[in-house]
Structure formats: structure tokens, C-alpha cells
Design a protein around this ligand. Structure first.
Ligand code: NAI
Ligand code: MG
Ligand code: MG
Ligand code: MG
Ligand code: ZN
Length: 501
């Protein structure tokens, strides 16, 4: 959006403002009344005049923010505080408009009133992105400032680091407690403790829709101690301590000896019980253990996806490392499920720290390669992809290889394109079974494509507009991967970087 059209979109003539004044007063009056009479009869009293007056009020607030009229912004907010996060044209808030036009004092005032600085407009930009794009550094610094002052310590750091699916840390892992066997045992029988049941590395979930393919959300089935206690002593059961809930108001029943309340602990259990028997333990409808994790685990909400990423990767490690990789002896599970120790007392793995004793993570680079002209990106497709779907190139980092070198090697191996500068963007745990996807942007220094047919069916340069059209669903020949993948987020990031605000 250009500056002129922005102004035009939010400007009011003084005439129309006069006409709106009485409607605005109506709204002020009605908001006071609403407080007195409660919310129930609110809908009944809301006339269409009041509705349009509310719109006018929002328009005036956005206009004042865009013009940097601090007095008017403050007055309007003192009467109608809810204006602060409301959006106008293209999802722009007052904060975004003030940031766009460089009005530091308005941005400061809005922040001090508790404005949500992380909300995004319809182009997925925050006020911070907008200030940065238009070169208002004093404002982007203000918006980027964190309460712990980390912006000062790491001046180049981006406080709006992309959060990817599977990466949300809902639980506090409390790793120091993994060696506290007494505490762990107490937690196991605590009535507040939450258990997740896994079978063949899939968590038990209940779906909101009968039709599994309809794209409905699924929820993890949560169990209490009483419902799973018979499974705990069984030899084939793997029990992983996941952490405790990160919350400020703990439940009343969890109390330590000195009266300090502790939030509930979470454990994951994987058993060899028959899945159909396990399902009988759940009282919810439509329960299942998903058979295609690549697709089905993407239906969880962000919080639960993060917990599943942790649990599934650790469980997958146990299922793959049943015996000691150093001497082949049997091993035992320790430290809340975060260690496997060899039972052969002479084994080398027991001397010093051995990485085979701890859960493994495979680092993978995934990159969006940008054409030297800046206006096209390189996407490829594997044979197994659905028709029309193209994604970022990706590959495992090899031993002794730096991230940037892995990006250059994988891109050249798979597409024949040579890459110069590489920039890290964000990462994503990908529990299939235990990858860490390291997302980068990379700039090509050659453009001829020659694909490695063993891995890639086709790779192509896609013009920016075609990619944007695909995001809007307006390009039949190109589909990008779903939003839960870092590939999707990298492509979106590139589009957003150059958008015409
Ligand atoms: N979340 C996302 O957006 C995406 C995730 N991915 C994940 O990244 C992974 C790696 O991407 P690829 O292009 O397949 O890698 P790649 O280009 O390195 O090729 C895979 C091949 O590398 C070999 N390999 C080397 N180290 C390996 C290891 N530690 N584990 C398994 N195979 C290894 C195997 O022969 C395998 O067939 C995929 O398996 C997929 O799970 C890939 C693309 C998108
Ligand atoms: Mg690859
Ligand atoms: Mg490869
Ligand atoms: Mg490779
Ligand atoms: Zn051993």
C-alpha cells in the first residue's frame, strides 16, 4: 500500500467529523450504559446508528494515529479503551499507522496503554516490520525492545523470531528434576499429573469431526494416574517425564510440604498393548492413534503440537536404540527417559560422557533459494508430493559440516544451482522422527537448473507474483506446503520481506 492511499484510506474531512460528533457521543453514552446494565441486553440496545458510530469512532482513532495527533488518540482511548487493538483497512491498527508515519510519541503512548504490538495486518506484518521497512529506526527499536533489555545486548536480534509449528514450549522441562527419582515417583501418582498415551509412536487423540479427512482439529487424550497405573510397571512400558505446566495459577490440590503449589507434571507413556484395547480407556468419542503422523499430527493446536514433538522424538529414540550402540548389550532407561545406560559394566559408553546415551537430533537445512534478480525463488518437488505442490529444497547436515556449507552442497546436489550468501531465518523441530529443520534464505549465484532425479522430480524458478497468487489460492499450477511446515513459513517470509507496504 502506498503512503498516499494509506492517508486517503484513513483521512476524514473536518465536515464529516462534525456530522459524526453526535453519533460518537451516542457511543460514549452507550458504552457507559453498557457497563451499568451488563452485557446481556447489549445486543438488544445496539441500533444500527450506534454501530455506524462505532465505526466512525474507529476511523477517527486510526486517522489520529496516522496523523500523529497524540491528544486526540489519548482522548478517544480514555473514552473507548477497546479501540487500541481494533483494525481498519487491511487489518491495520493505530499502532501500525503511527509506526508507518514515524509518530514516535503516539507509538510510545499506545504501548504504554498495553497495545498488542504483535498483531499482524493482512500482509502478516507487525508494527515493528512496518517501522523497519519505512526506515523509522527509533520506532522499530522501541517496538523491538524487550523487557529484559536483550535488544541492547544483541542489537541485530529480531525480537519477532518466527514461531513455527511444533516449536512452542508449553511445558517447563525442569531437566534438573530428571535425576530426582523420589520427586519423579511422587509426581507419577499425583492426581493432577497428566499422562499422554502413545502406541507405535502415535499419541492417542480425539477428533472433533467424524470424517478424518475433513481437516478438523484433533486434541490429545489426557489421562490421570488412576486410568494408567496398571501400565506403569509393565516391562515394555516407556515412561518419559515431559515437564510441568508453565502457568501462573496452579491447581489447589498440588502442594509441596512447605505449602508452595506446584503446577501439574506431564508424562508420556508408550506401551506395546494392543491399540484397540488402549482406546477403551478413553471416555471421549472418536479416539484414535493416527496412522500417518506426517499429516495427522499437523491437526493439533500449537501448544499440544509442541508437547508431541518432544514426546515423540524421545520415544522414537528409545524404540530405535534398544541396545547399546557401543557394545550391543541391553540398556536401561534413566533420568526420566532422557538417558539410556549400558548394563555391561565394562562398556566404554559408561566412561565419560557418551552421546549415544542421550536422545539424538538430526539437523536438516531447509532453504528458500532466491534468484540473483531478487524476484524469483527456487522450489522443487519430490515424486511423492501431491500434484502441483512445490516446496523448499532440504537436506541433512553431514558430520563436520557448517550450516551454510550444507545449504550450498544440498542445493547444488539437488538442483545444480550454486549458492552464495546464506542467512538463518528460524528453525522447527520436526518429530518424524527427530529432525531439527534449520530454515534459511540463500541467494543463488548461478541459475541453470539440473535436478538430481533420484531425489527431485522437478525444480523451477517461480516469479514472486505466481507465489503470492498461490498463497491466495489463485494459482492452480502451484501449491505450497501447509502452514504448519517451515517450508511454508520461509516462502511467506520472503514474500513479506519485499511487500509493497
Ligand atoms: N518441515 C518441513 O517443512 C520439511 C521437512 N523435511 C524433512 O527433512 C528431512 C530431510 O530432507 P531430505 O530432502 O529428505 O534430505 P536429503 O536431501 O539429505 O536426502 C535424504 C537422504 O539422505 C540420506 N540421509 C543422510 N542422513 C540422514 C539421516 N540422518 N536420516 C535419514 N536419512 C539421511 C538418506 O539416504 C535419505 O534418503 C525429510 O526427511 C523431511 O522429514 C523436508 C522438507 C520440508
Ligand atoms: Mg533433499
Ligand atoms: Mg539431498
Ligand atoms: Mg543429503
Ligand atoms: Zn555398552
Amino acid at each position: 500500500m502506498r503512503a498516499e492511499s494509506l492517508q486517503a484510506a484513513f483521512n476524514n474531512s473536518s465536515d464529516s467529523r462534525q456530522q459524526k460528533k453526535c453519533k460518537v457521543q451516542n457511543v460514549l453514552h452507550s458504552e457507559t450504559e453498557e457497563k451499568q446494565h451488563g452485557a446481556e441486553d447489549k445486543a438488544a440496545r445496539m441500533t444500527s446508528l450506534q454501530l455506524s458510530a462505532k465505526e466512525d469512532m474507529l476511523e477517527r482513532f486510526l486517522d489520529a494515529s496516522a496523523r500523529g495527533d497524540l491528544t486526540q488518540v489519548s482522548t478517544l482511548l480514555s473514552h473507548v479503551p477497546s479501540l487500541i487493538n481494533q483494525t481498519g483497512y487491511s487489518g491495520w491498527t493505530g499502532l501500525m499507522l503511527a509506526a508507518r508515519n514515524g509518530h514516535y510519541n503516539v507509538v510510545e503512548a499506545l504501548l504504554s496503554h498495553g497495545c498488542d504490538k504483535f498483531s499482524v495486518n493482512s500482509s502478516s506484518q507487525t508494527a515493528y516490520d512496518i517501522a523497519k521497512f519505512w526506515g523509522h529506526r527509533h520506532i522499530s527499536n522501541l517496538l523491538g525492545r524487550t523487557t529484559d533489555g536483550s535488544q541492547r545486548v544483541l542489537p541485530g536480534s529480531d525480537p519477532h523470531q518466527q514461531e513455527n509449528y511444533f516449536s512452542r514450549e508449553t511445558l517447563d522441562r525442569l531437566s534438573a528434576k530428571r535425576t530426582d527419582t523420589v520427586w519423579l515417583e511422587e509426581k507419577q501418582s499425583d492426581p493432577d499429573t497428566v499422562y499422554l498415551l502413545f502406541s507405535n509412536l502415535s499419541p492417542m487423540v480425539c477428533s472433533s469431526q467424524e470424517d478424518d479427512n475433513a481437516g478438523g482439529e484433533t486434541k490429545l487424550c489426557r489421562f490421570r494416574y488412576e486410568a494408567v497405573k496398571d501400565l506403569l510397571p509393565k516391562p515394555a512400558t516407556m515412561l518419559i517425564f515431559l515437564g510441568v505446566e508453565k502457568r501462573k495459577t496452579p491447581s489447589s490440590s498440588s502442594q509441596t510440604v512447605d505449602g508452595i503449589q506446584e503446577p501439574p507434571a506431564w508424562f508420556a507413556i508408550n506401551t506395546d498393548e494392543v491399540a484397540s484395547e488402549l482406546l477403551k480407556r478413553c471416555r471421549e468419542m472418536n479416539c484414535s492413534f493416527p496412522k500417518t503422523p506426517n499429516r495427522d499430527l499437523l491437526k493439533l493446536n500449537e501448544e499440544e503440537a509442541g508437547v508431541v514433538a518432544q514426546a515423540r522424538s524421545v520415544l522414537a529414540w528409545h524404540s530405535r536404540y534398544s541396545f547399546c550402540p557401543t557394545c550391543g548389550s541391553s540398556t536401561k532407561l534413566e533420568e526420566g527417559g532422557y538417558k539410556r545406560s549400558c548394563l555391561n559394566l565394562d562398556c566404554r559408553s559408561l566412561k565419560g560422557v557418551h552421546n549415544t546415551c542421550y536422545p539424538r537430533v538430526d539437523p536438516v537445512v531447509i532453504m528458500l533459494v532466491i534468484h540473483p534478480d531478487g524476484n524469483q525463488c527456487l522450489l522443487g518437488r519430490k515424486k511423492i508430493f501431491p500434484v502441483g505442490m512445490f516446496s523448499c529444497l532440504a537436506g541433512f547436515i553431514e558430520p563436520g559440516e557448517a550450516m551454510e556449507e550444507a545449504v550450498r552442497r544440498e542445493v547444488e546436489e539437488e538442483s545444480g544451482v550454486k549458492v552464495g550468501p546464506v542467512q538463518y531465518v528460524s528453525c522447527q523441530p520436526w518429530p518424524m522422527p527427530s529432525n531439527l529443520m534449520i530454515g534459511c534464505l540463500a541467494v543463488a549465484i548461478s541459475t541453470d537448473i539440473k535436478v538430481d532425479e533420484n531425489e527431485i522430480e522437478e525444480a523451477r524458478w517461480f516469479p514472486r507474483q505466481q507465489v503470492i497468487d498461490s498463497f491466495r489460492g489463485a494459482h492452480p499450477a502451484l501449491t505450497v506446503p501447509p502452514r504448519q511446515t517451515i517450508a511454508h513459513q520461509l516462502i511467506r517470509h520472503w514474500i513479506g520481506m519485499n511487500s509493497n507496504l
